[in-house]
Design a protein around this ligand. Structure first.
Ligand code: NAI
Ligand code: SF4
Length: 443
C-alpha cells in the first residue's frame, strides 16, 4: 500500500498536542467556524455525502443517522459521545482523547450544530483515568476561550459538554445501556425500536456517535466530503447495497506480534499488511494461526484468510461478523483455539447484563463447557452442543435485546467451524490447560 499521510493521528506526536493553544496554532476550530456559517442541514448533508460510517463497530452511516431525528422537534435534542471503549483489543479512542482532545471537541460541536443540540454528554470508560483528566482540562480551556458555553465564536450557538465517567462494564457501551447508565440506572439495554434518534436520553431524541466518528467529522468539514471519499474503498459495483468504506481508520494491533500499537491507514488494508508491515510480523518467528479482525465478537480469520481487506465488507465475506472496531488481535500457531475461545466466552459471560435468558444462560454454559474441555474432561459431542447453544442466541434469531449475545455466539460458531481440528485434538489428547492464577492455586 502506498504511504499514507495520517489525518486523525497527524498531531499526536507534537509537543503539547492536547493544549488548545497548539491546536489553534495548527488551524484548530476553523472547521467549527466554517460549520457555524452553514445551515445545520447543510452540515448534515456534507457528512451524509461523505458516507462516513460509524467507527464504533456497527458502521452505520453517521450523516444518515442524524437525519432520523424528528423534524422541527422543540428540543432538547442530545448528543451522546460513546467513549466507553471496552471491546477487547480496542484502544483507538483512548489515543484520540488523550493526545488530541480538541479534535474530538471540535467534532462534537460541529455535530451538535448539525443536529441542533445544545447539550452533549461524553460518556467515558471509567478505567480511562488519564483520558478523563485530559478531556476535563480541554473542556475547561474551551469554556474559558468562548468555544463552549453561550454564543460560541460570536454566533447564535450554545453548547455545554458534560463529561461523565462510566460504570466500568462492557454493556455501558451499548448505546441504550449507555443512555440508561447516564440516567442513573443500571445499564440494561432497551428494546429497539424506538431507536435513540427518536427516543433516547431522558426520552428525548438522541444521537449516539463514537469518538473516532466525531473526529472524522472535523476533517470532513475542513476538507470536504469528496476528499474523504478519495480515501478508502469505493462501493462494490456488483453489490447495489454496498455504500463503500471511505476515509481513514485507526487499526489497533495486539496479541502475538512484535510491535503492537495503533496505526492510521485508509480503510481496506489487509490483515497481512497490518501484521507484516505495521506490527513487525508475528512474534518469535512464528506464523499466525488466527486473526481477530475487529474485536473478539467479530470471530476469526484463519491463516489462509489474511489477505482479507479490513474494510466494512471484507471480514463479512470471510465469515466474520464484520469489521467491528478494527481491533486486530493476532494468535500465533503455538496457541490452542480452545484457550482463545475460552477467554472470549469467559469475558462475554461476565459482561452479559443478564436480562435475556439465551444470552445469560448461553454465555455461562458455553464457558462451562469450555472449562470442562480445558480441564481434560471434554467429549467430542461438546463441539456440537457449543454450536447448538451459540445458534440459539442473538438478535438475528430474535431472542435477545442487544448485540452482545450475537457477539458472544459468533466467535464460538466461527472457531469451531474454522478450527475444529484444534478442538478435536485437544479433547482426544485429554490435555489440560492451566492459565489463570486462580486455577494454578486450585490445581
Ligand atoms: P446497530 O447496527 O444496532 O446500530 C448502529 C447505529 O445505527 C445505532 O446508533 C442505532 O441507533 C442506529 N440505527 C440503526 N438502525 C436504525 C434505524 N432504523 N433508525 C434509527 N437509528 C438506527 O449496532 P449497535 O448495537 O449500536 O453496535 C454494535 C457494534 O458495536 C458491534 O458491531 C461491535 O463491533 C461494536 N462494539 C464496540 C465496542 C467498542 O469498544 N467500541 C464495544 C462493544 C461493541
Ligand atoms: Fe443483556 Fe445479553 Fe440481553 Fe444484551 S443480549 S440485553 S447483554 S442479556
Amino acid at each position: 500500500m502506498p504511504s499514507f499521510e495520517p489525518v486523525l493521528l497527524a498531531r499526536i506526536a507534537k509537543p503539547n498536542s492536547a493544549k488548545l493553544e497548539t491546536y489553534r496554532a495548527d488551524g484548530g476550530y476553523k472547521a467549527l467556524e466554517k460549520a457555524l456559517g452553514m445551515p445545520p442541514a447543510d452540515v448534515t448533508n456534507m457528512v451524509k455525502d461523505s458516507v462516513l460510517r460509524g467507527r464504533g463497530g456497527a458502521g452505520f452511516p453517521a450523516g444518515l443517522k442524524w437525519t432520523f431525528l424528528p423534524k422541527d422537534h422543540p428540543g432538547p435534542i442530545y448528543l451522546c459521545v460513546n467513549a466507553d471503549e471496552s471491546e477487547p483489543g480496542t484502544f483507538n479512542n483512548r489515543i484520540l482523547m488523550e493526545l488530541d482532545p480538541h479534535q474530538l471537541i471540535e467534532g462534537i460541536a460541529i455535530a451538535c450544530h448539525a443536529i441542533k443540540s445544545e447539550k452533549a454528554f461524553l460518556y467515558l470508560r471509567y478505567e480511562y483515568g488519564r483520558s478523563y483528566r485530559v478531556l476535563d482540562a480541554a473542556i475547561k480551556e474551551c469554556y474559558a476561550a468562548g468555544l463552549l458555553g453561550k454564543n460560541i465564536l460570536g454566533k447564535e450557538f450554545n453548547l455545554d459538554i458534560v463529561l461523565h465517567r462510566g460504570a466500568a462494564a462492557y454493556i455501558c457501551g451499548e448505546e441504550t445501556g449507555l443512555i440508561e447508565s447516564l440516567e442513573g440506572k443500571r445499564a440494561w439495554p432497551r428494546i429497539k425500536p424506538p431507536f435513540p434518534a427518536i427516543e433516547g436520553l431522558f426520552r428525548k431524541p438522541t444521537i449516539v456517535n463514537n469518538v473516532e466518528t466525531l473526529c472524522c467529522v472535523t476533517h470532513i468539514l475542513n476538507r470536504g466530503s469528496e476528499w474523504f471519499k478519495s480515501i478508502g474503498v469505493p462501493p462494490d459495483p456488483n453489490n447495489p447495497r454496498d455504500m463503500g468504506s471511505y476515509g481513514p481508520k485507526l487499526y489497533c494491533i495486539s496479541g502475538h506480534v512484535n510491535k503492537p500499537g495503533c496505526v492510521e491507514l485508509p480503510l481496506g488494508v489487509t490483515a497481512r499488511e497490518l501484521i507484516d508491515e505495521h506490527a513487525g510480523g508475528v512474534w518469535k518467528g512464528r506464523k499466525a494461526k488466527a486473526v481477530v479482525p475487529g474485536g473478539i465478537s467479530m470471530g476469526f480469520l484463519s491463516a489462509d484468510e489474511l489477505d482479507t481487506p479490513l474494510d466494512f465488507n471484507g471480514p463479512g465475506k470471510a465469515g466474520c461478523l464484520g469489521l467491528g472496531t478494527a481491533a486486530v488481535v493476532v494468535v500465533d500457531d503455538q496457541t490452542s483455539m480452545v484457550d482463545v475461545l475460552y477467554n472470549c466466552c469467559r469475558f462475554m459471560s461476565h459482561e452479559s447484563c443478564g436480562q435475556c435468558t439465551p444470552c445469560r444462560e448461553g454465555t455461562a454454559w458455553m464457558t462451562k463447557i469450555l472449562e470442562r474441555i480445558r480441564a481434560g474432561h471434554g467429549k467430542m459431542e461438546d463441539l456440537d452442543t457449543l454450536t447448538e447453544v451459540a445458534g440459539s442466541m442473538g438478535i438475528i434469531p430474535g431472542t435477545t435485546i442487544c448485540g452482545l449475545s450475537d457477539g458472544a455466539a459468533w466467535p464460538v460458531k466461527n472457531a469451531i467451524k474454522k478450527f475444529r481440528g484444534d478442538f478435536e485434538e485437544y479433547i482426544a489428547s485429554g490435555r489440560r490447560s492451566v492459565t489463570s492464577a486462580q486455577e494454578l492455586m486450585a490445581g
